[in-house]
Write a protein that binds this ligand. Structure first.
Ligand SMILES: [Fe+2]
Length: 197
């Protein structure tokens, strides 16, 4: 049985995260998942990308990258059939601003599980003197829960030399892909939305 009033009053007096967790478990409260940080949209979003199984397609250049995880609300409950509208540059650091190469809407399953199959994006130059670290752009939404704000964010990559000099980079949005089967890089990340309802 959830005890939201007790839990809130306890948190207000400044409990540490660890203590709050013990308290919430002791009283059977629903655990909370921190909301995923938002991040700049950038200049290259194209609305209307098609629904796709994968951004990767035959003949595309680059190291395969697979990102998997779940879309949850801030009480750690799955958001069924959430949509991840993903866009990124190609292996040369260029966005397709005319079509939808490396752009698409990926749908999570009924348990909020998603899989993005794509390529590893490289860092790209934004001027003669600065570059952005490698990243994926995403808009994550829950069409089944009207009123839920769309989360616009990015995923970055551990070890990128431009992370520390990029104003938009966030540690909490940084994934660390590992070598997977057939040379693909594999990573996981859960998105947590402040969902309505
Ligand atoms: Fe970008």
């Amino acid at each position: 049985m959830e005890k939201p009033v007790l839990r809130r009053s306890f948190l207000r007096v400044g409990a540490s995260g660890a203590t709050a967790l013990v308290w919430s478990h002791a009283f059977g409260a629903t655990p909370e998942c921190d909301e995923t940080e938002d991040n700049i949209e950038g200049p290259f979003y194209s609305p209307g990308a098609p629904e796709r199984e994968a951004l990767w397609e035959p003949g595309i250049k680059g190291t395969p990258l697979v990102v998997t995880g779940r879309v949850l609300n801030t009480r750690c409950q799955a958001l069924p059939y959430a949509i991840l509208d993903v866009w990124q540059c190609d292996a040369d650091g260029v966005y397709d601003n005319k079509g939808y190469t490396l752009r698409g809407k990926i749908q999570a399953d009924k348990n909020g599980r998603y899989q993005i199959r794509t390529i590893q994006p490289p860092p790209y130059k934004v001027s003669e003197t600065s570059s952005r670290p490698a990243h994926l752009h995403l808009k994550v939404s829950a069409p089944g829960l009207p009123g839920t704000p769309v989360l616009t964010t990015q995923l970055y990559f551990e070890g990128d030399k431009f992370n520390k000099v990029d104003r938009a980079w966030r540690k909490s949005l940084t994934i660390n892909p590992q070598e997977g089967a057939k040379g693909a890089r594999m990573a996981s990340f859960d998105f947590r939305l402040r969902a309505a309802g």
